[in-house]
Ligand binder design. Structure first.
Ligand SMILES: NC(=O)c1ccc[n+]([C@@H]2O[C@H](COP(=O)([O-])OP(=O)(O)OC[C@H]3O[C@@H](n4cnc5c(N)ncnc54)[C@H](O)[C@@H]3O)[C@@H](O)[C@H]2O)c1
Ligand SMILES: O=C(O)C(=O)C[C@@H](O)[C@H](O)[C@H](O)COP(=O)(O)O
Ligand SMILES: [Zn+2]
Length: 363
């Protein structure tokens, strides 16, 4: 008997097509139907760590009659560069990839961000399908159509809104994920809890140790709840003209830390520190109650996510935050909470308050 598959609808806005996020096991059988039978070529973009998966997928698609190529890219953030994107464009050009062909991005958020970006830019846009293989990819990166790469000046500074034609979250993929990467993905799940669905926080707090593994009793529920939060937000505001900014909770500082660490920190770890900072900022700005601010520390710490960063780095972090995508001219903007599940924008906070909030998270 096949296991249940959950289907989460993502609405099409800004002239884009709606699509579904499937969560379950053994989902790769769905790939052919998503690709469609009028397609001739498929490029499977995968990281080094998933070389076997990428090749198995390529073979499977070839057996189904597609001209399939596997394009291997570096692991993690090393894939999110202009050079790697150019390498992928070359592979597409050499295999005669046309506007009716399809890209499949298989891997973590870094791989799907790159694959989506390559799809957005090749011939000014071809269809793509995301097969996220990390928690973070499933609950966040693969859903919503933000695609992109990093530059020397900052995180995700080049990119495009280009939603996938479908997302397949095969929970079995999580069994091979190192615990460090599994836990990193919990940061975006906890983010979804604080900005929109506190039941997520209750589930994690009930047994934080169980939340750290794919074998935990609530794995599917945590993933599905987080995807639903993301799906609802991006269905209403694909291009981040307002509501979507709440998904950036904790990210203003997080992206500055990632750049400062030359992208060696996992995104989720940086988001954990960034949310701790945003909670303290909300508290010091008089928006957030003490209990909810403190809850950030306890829940993030309970699953083993970091809370602190180096005090002496503040001037550099502040400089980087100025080019955050939420900034408007010289105005820094942060997502903070007015209370649990009440995200809002804090514009141009007093520099002294910013520094005081950083003092709470700094070592
Ligand atoms: N587009 C968006 O909306 C969005 C949202 C959140 C995060 N992101 C981006 O996602 C990226 C982080 O994604 P991530 O946390 O998935 O990290 P990642 O993609 O860097 O993957 C982490 C590591 O795990 C490996 N890996 C992937 N799947 C595996 C598996 N099943 N088994 C073993 N190893 C596996 C990868 O090759 C990599 O080395 C960041 O670049 C972040 O900016 C994008
Ligand atoms: O989907 C969104 O919107 C988000 O902000 C989700 C974030 O978790 C994600 O890290 C995203 O890539 C950040 O986008 P950016 O526009 O700040 O680069
Ligand atoms: Zn993120």
């Amino acid at each position: 008997m096949s296991e249940a598959v959950t289907r989460i609808h993502v609405g099409g806005t800004a002239g884009t097509e709606p699509y579904e996020v499937l969560v379950g096991r053994q989902l790769l059988g769905e790939l052919g139907a998503l690709i469609g039978d009028t397609v001739k070529r498929v490029a499977v973009i995968h990281p080094e760590a998933l070389a076997e998966t990428g090749d198995a997928l390529r073979q499977d698609l070839a057996d189904q009659g597609y001209e399939a190529v596997a394009v291997q890219v570096p692991n993690a953030e090393e894939a999110k560069t202009a050079e790697v994107a150019a390498y992928c464009w070359k592979a597409l050009g050499q295999s005669g990839f046309t506007r009716t062909d399809v890209i499949v991005g298989v891997g973590g958020g870094a791989t799907t961000d790159l694959a989506g970006f390559v799809a957005a830019t090749w011939l000014r846009g071809v269809r793509w399908i995301a097969v996220p293989t990390t928690v973070l990819g499933m609950v966040d990166a693969a859903v919503g159509g933000k695609t992109g790469i990093n530059t020397a000046e900052g995180k995700n500074l080049v990119g495009s809104f280009h939603p996938p034609a479908g997302v397949l979250c095969d929970l079995a993929a999580l069994d091979s994920l190192p615990v460090h990467d599994y836990v990193s993905g919990l940061a975006e799940i906890i983010k979804a809890g604080f900005i929109a669905d506190p039941a997520i926080l209750d589930l994690i707090e009930a047994d934080p140790e169980a939340a750290r593994t794919p074998a935990g009793p609530h794995t599917a529920e945590l993933i599905e709840r987080s995807i639903k939060v993301k799906a609802e937000v991006v269905s209403g505001d694909l291009k981040e003209s307002g509501l979507r900014e709440i998904l950036n909770y904790g990210h203003t500082l997080a992206h500055a830390i990632e750049k400062n660490e030359r992208y060696k920190w996992r995104h989720g770890a940086a988001v954990a520190v960034g949310m701790h900072f945003a909670a303290e900022l909300g508290r010091l700005a008089g928006r957030l109650d003490d209990a909810t601010a403190d809850r950030h520390r306890t829940v993030l710490e309970s699953v083993g996510l970091p809370l602190t960063y180096r005090y002496d780095q503040w001037p550099k972090l502040l400089e980087t935050m100025k080019v955050d995508k939420k900034s408007r001219g010289d105005l820094l903007r942060f997502i903070v909470l007015d209370g649990l599940a009440k995200p809002t924008v804090l514009e141009g906070p007093d520099p002294a308050v910013l520094l005081a909030a950083y003092g709470e998270v700094a070592q």
